[in-house]
Design a protein around this ligand. Structure first.
Ligand code: BES
Ligand code: ZN
Ligand code: ZN
Length: 473
């Protein structure tokens, strides 16, 4: 549950709040926020000393002062505010205050700050018997116009993080489908789940292949949101990787690579969180989410390097490495997507260690052939602080996944692994296509500003902004 966001209109309504946060660019702005003249000298001296964050504590209230420097670009200020909010969260926590009020004249700044505060406030403690019960319960804000559905967007990030953090013992493909089915309650999202026999009937050879080593059955999930007032006739189709655990299969991963592999369903967590937020805020966009789900394990029937699989669209794939399983299940998802005659197909996946090696935890690797949409995606990245870097997508790279004995093989050369994986996927959709490799950003080993250790939900806010600015513009 996210902290309750409450709108106030007068300072008198929040004067007794346990923590007050002032956000301003200079002393004049501060003076317009507070008529407590005793504070002015203090604030001036803090600005002079270049202190970004200062605070004053009394018995029943902590006042926090956040100074935004001059000179940064608009989007840099927004991201700085999200990060400062994470620091302020620590301060509030140490004071024990359970509610807060933001005092700021700029709507955008306020939204960014609340984002940081709420995202830092997330905890996953359902498996801990005795935990610190503190969290920020209520945030008072003064949004002067639209708050842009903020509360539902942040709830969707929580949803996404919760799914990623759930251990594989508690999140089989079927469990994931059960969780997805709950999205149809109290929303206009329709959820359809295919079990193994339907997947067999459809001949989704990639998903079935990866599932061969598993004792758990795979699922294929279809989430549809089609409001009557949708602005797009052809749907946006998102395909999310739902590998609930990736051992590597017969090409077993070694120690050091296995420990975070419950996060290999992050793509599915992001796209399901996205449709949840979009439906909750009733955006007029027709959208379909497809999630092929399974675990990837060695087992007596597991696929082996050398096998050939026939995918949903009839193309054959030589398996070179069973650890390159994401592209096998996504291939079926992408081919299935084309049935809906999409305006755009977008895949989201923790697909390659190469994307992680190239960009670390800071940036989402993006590639594709829908160039205008790519520009919108990159600018949504700056807006949300979930930045995107585009990789080249030339056909030369595609040559590396051609096989001598099948149409394709599931592994390229030694280098450019993120791109060859994307090129492999491109073979399975004829629609305008973008692909996000979120391997680097989906899971944090330790806290990173407003992304606490564990699942990050990175991609939800990015794609929401992208849909708002690109599809609904
Ligand atoms: N799930 C992994 C990719 C991954 C790596 C995600 C690190 C998150 C963090 C994927 O299935 C995988 O194992 N990829 C291999 C492919 C290789 C065998 C071609 C990789 O990137 O090492
Ligand atoms: Zn793998
Ligand atoms: Zn994987």
């Amino acid at each position: 549950m996210i902290a309750k966001l409450k709108n106030y209109s007068e300072f008198s309504e929040i004067s007794n709040t346990e923590s007050l946060v002032y956000i301003y660019k200079n002393i004049d702005e501060f003076k317009s926020l507070s008529d407590d003249e005793k504070l002015y000298k203090f604030i001036e001296s803090q600005i002079d000393r270049k202190k970004d964050i200062s605070y004053l504590k009394s018995i029943d209230q902590v006042q926090v002062f956040v100074h935004i420097g001059e000179g940064d670009s608009r989007v840099d200020v927004l991201e700085k505010l999200r990060r400062k909010a994470a620091e302020v969260h620590e301060l509030i926590k140490s004071s024990g205050a359970e509610n807060s009020a933001i005092i700021c004249d700029n709507n955008e700044y306020q939204i960014a700050f609340v984002e940081g505060l709420v995202l830092k406030n997330y905890t996953f403690n359902k498996y801990i018997s005795e935990t610190d019960k503190w969290f920020l319960k209520e945030i008072n804000v003064r949004f002067n116009n639209e708050e842009s559905g903020l509360s539902d967007i942040l709830s969707a990030v929580y949803w996404s993080r919760d799914l990623v953090n759930e251990p594989p013992s508690h999140l089989t493909a079927r469990n994931l489908s059960d969780r997805l089915e709950t999205l149809s309650e109290n929303s206009e999202i329709e959820v359809e789940v295919f079990g193994k026999s339907k997947i067999e009937a459809l001949k989704m050879g990639g998903l079935l292949g990866v599932n061969m080593g598993s004792v758990q059955e795979p699922t294929f999930n279809i989430l549809t949101y089609k409001p009557k007032n949708a602005r797009n006739k052809k749907p946006i189709v998102l395909v999310g990787k739902g590998v609930v655990y990736d051992t590597g299969g017969i090409n077993l991963k070694p120690t050091g690579y296995l420990e975070t592999m419950k996060s290999d369903m992050s793509g599915s967590a992001v796209v399901s969180g996205l449709i949840k937020a979009i439906a909750a805020n009733k955006l007029p966009v027709y959208m379909i989410v497809l999630i092929p789900a399974t675990d990837n394990r060695p087992g007596k029937d597991a696929i082996v390097p050398g096998d050939i699989l026939t995918m949903y669209n009839g193309k054959t794939v030589e398996v070179i490495n069973t650890d390159a399983e994401g592209r096998l299940i996504l291939a079926d998802g992408l081919a299935f997507a084309d049935k809906f005659d999409p305006e755009l197909v977008l895949s989201v996946a923790t697909l390659t260690g190469a994307a992680q090696a190239a960009f670390g935890t800071k940036v989402i690797a993006a590639m594709g052939n829908a160039d205008e949409k790519m520009k919108d995606l990159i600018s949504a990245g700056f807006e949300t602080g979930e930045r995107v870097a585009e990789l080249p997508f030339w056909d030369d790279y595609g040559d590396e996944v051609k096989s001598k004995i099948a149409d394709l093989k599931n592994l390229g050369g030694k280098t450019a692994g993120a791109i060859t994986a994307g090129k492999f996927l491109e073979n399975f959709t004829k629609s305008p296509y973008l692909h996000l490799d979120i391997a680097g950003v989906s899971f944090m080993d330790s806290d990173d500003h407003y992304r606490p250790a564990g699942g990050t939900g990175s991609g939800v806010r990015l794609l929401y902004k992208f849909i708002e600015n690109s599809i609904l513009k």
